[in-house]
Design a protein around this ligand. Structure first.
Ligand SMILES: Cc1cc2nc3c(=O)[nH]c(=O)nc-3n(C[C@H](O)[C@H](O)[C@H](O)COP(=O)(O)O)c2cc1C
Length: 348
């Protein structure tokens, strides 16, 4: 193994360890959902047992509009984690993302840590993943076609992570030419491309620029959940950049703003970043999300309670969402998205 391969794999391992063991949540900033309240409908006529969460994710049918967010791959520990997450995704019939496939561009050492997801999740949508900083370095789309093949991906996610690259000593905060590279990629691969952040949020202006070049999905991955600035600072044992721990646009703000783009663009809007409860998820839908996604909460649940724990957590969330839909008079998630939530300040 050469040095850069070692560094990538070691970094992935440290990310997993810190995500599970350290307190890496935002400190004072929240995902913003606490600022909202559902509008109680005393005259609801919704039939609880008629509510269905079945929908489509691009071409495939799924049972819940919930995605297990892109997390890991490219290190020994990732294989077992991905194997189990994939079983949960397949049993629940929900989409699942792999972590950054950068390591698979460097060598074949941990190929299994990625393709175990497709082996264990044969029928559900699987999302490939690579960072924008890596994309701009590629001269052709062939390496990405290889990554797509490795997991038979249904969609490919490009993650934007300027703050993370900035805080990593080995980081590469150079994104010049990104839009051009993205446009070329979209032209050259056959599956839809989704752009996501990793916890600092995507503004409406940025989303618009992505949609203009043909992106089919925006995953806001807003602030208020996992702080990647925190993870990188703890990795480096440095707090000189402490101000950035809480940097970013809250998830609720990103959803509210980006949902306005639906008038002019056809795309899927994914609400993520601190989706840690059924109420967070329900509020994300109410603010315009077509799907919700969670990362660290799912990883922690897997760690403490295994595959069944993850499955029960997600099923339980949707049972609560069903109750919220009943109480807000929403027969479908489409109805939940229509004026079923208000700012808390209007309550008093
Ligand atoms: C252990 C771990 C590894 C992650 N690795 C990636 C990655 O490789 N690519 C990516 O796009 N996002 C990655 N993320 C970010 C998540 O997909 C997500 O956007 C972020 O953690 C915010 O969601 P959360 O608050 O639910 O954790 C990772 C998250 C965790 C917890």
């Amino acid at each position: 193994m050469n040095k850069s391969e070692d560094v990538t794999s070691q970094r992935k391992k440290e990310h997993l360890e810190l995500s599970l063991k350290a307190d890496v949540s935002f400190k004072t900033k929240t995902n913003g959902f606490d600022q909202y309240e559902f509008i109680h409908n005393a005259a609801t006529d919704v039939e609880l047992d008629k509510i269905s969460f079945e929908t489509k994710f691009f071409k495939k049918k799924i049972n819940y509009p919930f995605i297990i967010s892109c997390m890991t791959g490219g290190t020994e520990e990732a294989e077992n984690i991905n194997a189990q997450l994939a079983i949960a995704a397949e049993d629940l019939k929900i989409p699942i993302g792999v972590g950054s496939q950068r390591q698979a561009l460097e060598n074949k050492n941990y190929k299994n840590s990625y393709n175990i997801i497709r082996k264990n999740a044969k029928s559900v949508p699987v999302l490939g993943n690579l960072g924008a900083a890596e994309l701009v370095k590629l001269k052709s789309s062939d390496p990405i076609k290889m990554l797509i093949e490795l997991i038979e991906a249904d969609a490919f996610v490009i993650h934007l992570n300027p703050l993370q690259e900035l805080l990593q000593p080995e980081g590469n905060p150079y994104f010049k030419g990104f839009l051009k590279s993205l446009k070329k990629l979209i032209k050259e691969i056959e599956i839809p491309v989704i752009v996501k952040e990793i916890g600092m949020g995507i503004s409406k202006d940025v989303a618009k620029r992505m949609l203009e070049v043909g992106v089919k999905g925006i995953d806001v991955a807003g602030a208020g959940g996992t702080s990647w600035a925190a993870i990188e600072m703890l990795r480096n044992k440095s707090t000189t950049n402490d101000y950035f721990w809480d940097w970013g646009l809250p998830t609720s703000f990103c959803l509210r703003e980006n949902s306005k783009l639906k008038k002019n663009y056809k795309f899927i809007l994914i609400g993520s970043g601190g989706i840690n409860s059924a109420v967070d998820a329900a509020k994300a839908f109410a603010l315009g999300a077509d799907y919700v996604a969670s990362a660290r909460t799912i990883l922690k649940e897997l760690d403490t309670s295994g595959v069944d724990g993850v499955k029960n957590l997600i099923i339980g969330w949707f049972e609560t969402i069903r109750k919220i839909m009943f109480l807000t008079g929403s027969k479908s998630l489409k109805e939940l998205r229509k004026n079923k939530i208000m700012r808390r300040e209007l309550l008093y």
